[in-house]
Design a protein around this ligand. Structure first.
Ligand code: ATP
Length: 230
């Protein structure tokens, strides 16, 4: 269970995340929605232990998030975090070793995921030579390579074509079946509809709506709801 308890993050006098409380059970896919600047990435960085909350507490299975828990978490950042000059193989070996994986574990997971994404041919290609969609697949593999218990995906579908969106969605479903807890952010309701039961909509650092997707959609009284920037 991921528990975020009355968490606030201030940068100087600016409050980026304002008293957020969430409980996300193990094995759930949870959506965090909100326009640009709503505070989603800041929330993720606190879950990852990269930022310390100004107030409140974040725990994973009742253990406070810290540097020591960081290997339990996989992270797909909003900004591409790959080294463009490395080949896909070099990139994944480097990141896997940082996570303490053996060469054979890295190879096994790399082969499994490249096959899953139909991307075996890119193994020895430089990251910079790949399309945005293929780079996102490699970024996704980098996040899940060490089989994290908790997976954070920051805008995973942003800028992807529909085929790659479906490919990533089905990978997310598969990881959920294996028991991984997944929290992802999006600007758009339709991207979360197929994936999660529960979600939180953030606006200017606050949780404005939270709960079951169907109930939230019902309360808006519309079929398709999207959260737009101001
Ligand atoms: P986006 O989709 O644009 O990334 P977001 O919901 O992820 O939006 P955040 O990146 O969490 O939003 O940013 C929330 C607010 O906090 C923004 O106004 C941003 O400018 C501000 N902010 C984020 N990081 C810092 C920082 N290190 N110093 C000062 N302000 C920051």
């Amino acid at each position: 269970m991921l528990t975020i308890n009355e968490v606030r993050k201030q940068f100087g006098s600016f409050t980026a995340v304002d008293e957020i409380t969430l409980e996300i059970p193990k094995g759930e896919i949870f959506g965090l929605l909100g326009a640009n600047g709503a505070g989603k990435t800041t929330t993720f960085r606190m879950i990852l232990g990269l930022l310390t909350p100004t107030k409140g507490k974040i725990t994973w299975n009742e253990k406070e998030i810290s540097y020591e828990t960081s290997d339990l978490v996989g992270y797909l950042p909003e900004e591409r975090g790959l080294y463009p000059k490395l080949t896909v193989r070099e990139q994944l070996i480097y990141l896997g070793q940082l996570r303490g994986m053996s060469r054979s574990q890295i190879q096994e997971q790399t082969e499994k995921w490249l096959k899953r994404f139909g991307a075996e041919e890119y193994l020895n290609k430089k990251v910079e030579s790949l399309s945005k969609g293929n780079q996102q697949k490699i970024q996704f593999i980098a996040a899940v390579l060490h089989r994290p218990e908790l997976l954070i995906l920051d805008e995973p579908f942003s800028g992807l074509d529909p085929v790659n969106v479906e490919l990533l969605k089905s990978a997310v479903h598969e990881l959920k079946k294996e028991g991984t807890t997944i929290v992802f952010s999006s600007h758009r309701m339709e991207h979360v509809e197929e994936l999660c039961q529960n979600l939180c909509i953030m606006h200017r650092g606050k949780s404005v709506v939270q709960g079951n997707l169907k109930e939230i959609k019902g309360s808006f009284g519309k079929k398709n709801v999207s959260v737009k920037a101001d």
